[in-house]
Write a protein that binds this ligand. Structure first.
Ligand code: RIB
Ligand code: CA
Length: 317
């Protein structure tokens, strides 16, 4: 039985790698749909990239929906310096011929997951800011009954990457993230604790370059990373967004533990910080659930091997 997944994304170079890996595993994953959310780039750019990626991979059958164009409360902050003007590094995706399924992000996600057969559920794979999913769980509380878990690239209990304390996806929309973490839905938090250990190296990019058109495009995207301020001079790049996908495909290479988590929604240096709340006095009094499995560690060589296997073997149907 394939696992139903829904991908919420802001493509984004590492999003593109993760989406390719997910489609490469279509013997195990049934991608019910893809929703775009403003993050790495504007909603127009990330929505276009999501459409373009499904065409590149020959999967125009998978719905793509345009989601939130900005966080619930905060101003949008795009990372053009890291992901490029078109959001895919050195790749200019050009035109797409397929249409959007809807421009009503959260409402469309709700409609589609509620249409699933009664006995089926969906795993939400979130690899961008959580604006769409925060709207979904708040506007449509009964959606939770159809979601078995949310495997989220986001957060950190170690250092941050957008600030000293916060990881970008959570920092970008902390209110939405806190709604999701408090929704009671089981969460798997793939934060910087583990994603910084999930890397591809320059020789992997060279290997991709020797592949077919899909691999060559991924190589062009990833080369931009190595030239970007985030990774200039480094020998490896973190494949943050592929971690939720690999967690679903090979959970045994990961380890972690369950906690109650809150998200700091302040305006100060703690904005977007994901806080382990188990020991807090209010934890006991608020009946907070330890519903967040915080992934802490990974067999990094197994991750790299499995991700490269997926990327090198992806084929159009
Ligand atoms: O912090 C890493 C996250 O921010 C990834 O999802 C990357 O695509 C960016 O959105
Ligand atoms: Ca992303």
């Amino acid at each position: 039985m394939k696992r139903n997944i829904w991908i919420d994304t802001d493509p984004g170079i590492d999003d593109a790698v993760a989406i390719t890996a997910a489609f490469a595993a279509d013997d195990r994953l049934n991608i019910c749909g893809i929703s775009a959310v403003a993050g790495n780039q504007t909603i127009d750019i990330v929505t276009h990239n999501a459409l373009w990626l499904t065409e590149l991979l020959g999967r125009e059958d998978v719905s793509v929906v345009r989601g939130a164009d900005r966080p619930l409360i905060r101003e949008a902050y795009h990372a053009g310096d890291i992901h490029g003007a078109y959001g895919l590094g050195y790749v200019n995706p050009g035109g797409v011929s397929r249409q959007l399924s809807s421009e009503q992000g959260a409402a469309y996600i709700y409609q589609r997951i509620m249409e699933l057969p009664q006995e089926e559920k969906v795993t939400m794979v979130t690899i961008g800011p959580l604006t769409n999913i925060g709207l979904l769980v708040r506007a449509f509380p009964d959606a939770a009954q159809k979601i078995d878990q949310i495997v989220c690239m986001g957060g950190s209990t170690v250092e941050g990457n957008i600030t000293a304390t916060a990881e970008y996806n959570i920092w970008a929309d902390p209110e939405a993230a806190d709604m999701v973490f408090q929704s009671g839905i089981p969460i798997v938090m793939c934060g910087l604790d583990v994603t910084m250990k999930c890397i591809l190296r320059k020789d992997d990019i060279d290997t991709l370059e020797k592949g077919d058109d899909i691999q060559k495009l991924l190589s062009k995207m990833l080369t931009f990373y190595f030239d970007s301020p985030a990774y200039k001079g480094m020998e490896a790049v973190a494949m943050h967004d592929s971690v939720p996908v690999l967690y679903l495909l090979c959970p045994d290479i990961f380890s972690g533990e369950a906690h109650a988590m809150r998200v700091s929604c302040t305006e100060d240096m703690c904005r977007g910080m994901t806080v382990i709340y188990d020991g807090a006095y209010t934890y006991a009094n608020r009946g907070l659930l330890k519903n967040v499995f915080v992934v802490r560690d990974v067999d990094g060589s197994a991750f790299r091997r499995e991700l490269m296997k997926l990327l090198m073997n992806v084929r159009r149907p």
